[in-house]
Design a protein around this ligand. Structure first.
Ligand code: SAM
Ligand code: FES
Length: 350
């Protein structure tokens, strides 16, 4: 086990069989070994800095019906909302004052925002906050739409591949969504020039060691700048309500091996991880993550962006989360950086 982890650190890749072996034979002792190594790698690349992104959940309308997701269109009990461009800009203004230099606009796939609307929103943020990065996370779009958003100034795009095993993908999604198209979107985003983030849910129903091995091989191939992973957490209004959620232990394992595979990647300690354990985000950092993404959405809409049950930080103001997280990071020996926090391979002129 240790020899395999050592080799992953040295060579940044493993064969499919080796990945399966790693996922099947992990134990408490190897997790400790992995965490130590992964944190040392992250410290070498990023020091004690933890990057932060202000997450603005601007719409919970979604045309899709992913089986795991609380804002799926068949959830008739979700109270739907949309933020206007002015409301989004207000979130950025509040966030800027709190030290955020990256804004992540995330939402369901909501056709009521046309490409033109998205372009206008991105342009306004870039004009108002020229030293900030804009990340979009609005699902699957045409290459042309991605290009227009990029030309408007969007810097990064988050689109988790969700699972790299095609059979598994089909089990978690309705037939109109295809894993092939999801991948095509990711390749398009990369080719256009975005800093790209992919990722998956840990412990999603039906996930096996083989699925996780496929995830690692796909991530190795895509070489994304960011990898967002968090535990699957059931939502009571979805068909997967009664399924068990993902574990802290497996999530930490995944964060650790991702750090060894992609030493410079931006890897968040996710809100979902903070939801299943009170110190989940701290544990994520200590296993090799280097990003936190507190919520900047107006408190009035927070509870409505409920992807899964018991999501944390739905009652707190942005400032409360910002200071809470700063304290959490300091207590484990890290500090929140006031910077865009680009991938180390990206050199900005400014
Ligand atoms: N619509 C965009 C998209 O599909 O990429 C962005 C929003 S989507 C809700 C953001 C992410 O939430 C998904 O990629 C998924 O991995 C995660 N998610 C959804 N339901 C979840 C659940 N029950 N537990 C954990 N994560 C979940
Ligand atoms: Fe939101 Fe701690 S991060 S209250």
């Amino acid at each position: 086990m240790r020899a395999l982890l050592d080799r992953l650190e040295r060579e940044h890749s493993l064969s499919r069989d080796e990945w399966v072996f790693l996922f099947e034979h992990r134990n408490a002792e190897s997790l400790e070994y992995l965490k130590q190594k992964a944190r040392a790698v992250a410290d070498r690349c990023f020091g004690k800095d933890i990057y932060t992104r202000g997450l603005i959940e601007f719409t919970n309308y979604c045309r899709n019906d992913c089986l795991y997701c609380g804002i799926r269109r068949s959830n008739r009990n979700a109270e739907r909302y949309r933020l206007t461009r002015e409301e989004i800009l207000q979130c950025c203004e509040d966030g800027y004052a709190l030290g955020f230099r990256t804004f992540v606009l995330q939402g369901g796939e909501d056709a009521s925002y046309s490409d033109e609307d998205m372009v206008r929103i991105v342009r306004s943020i870039k004009a108002g906050f020229p030293d900030c990065a804009v990340t979009l996370s609005v699902g699957e779009k045409s290459r042309d739409s991605y290009l227009r958003f990029f030309e408007a100034g969007a810097d990064r795009y988050l689109l988790r591949h969700e699972t790299a095993d095609f059979e598994h993908y089909r089990r978690l999604h309705p037939p109109e969504l295809s894993p092939e198209h999801r991948r095509e979107c990711l390749w398009n985003l990369k080719e256009i020039g975005y800093q790209v983030g992919t990722g998956f849910m840990v412990g999603a129903p039906g996930q096996t060691a083989e699925c996780l091995a496929e995830d690692m091989l796909f991530i190795r191939e895509l070489e994304p700048h960011m990898v967002g992973i968090g535990p699957f957490v059931p939502h009571h209004e979805t068909p997967l309500a009664k399924e068990p959620g993902g574990s802290v232990e497996l999530t930490l394992w995944c964060i650790g091996v991702l750090r060894l595979m992609l030493p410079q990647a931006l890897i968040p300690a996710t809100t979902a991880l903070g939801t299943i354990a009170p110190d989940g985000r701290e544990q994520g950092i200590l296993a090799g993550a280097n990003v936190v993404m507190p919520n900047l959405s107006p408190v009035a809409v927070r509870k409505k962006y409920e992807l899964y049950d018991n999501k944390i930080c739905t009652g707190e103001e942005a400032a409360e989360c910002r200071f809470c997280l700063a304290g959490r990071m300091e207590r484990i020996g890290y500090r929140i950086a006031v910077s865009r926090g680009d991938h180390p391979s990206i050199r900005k002129e400014d």
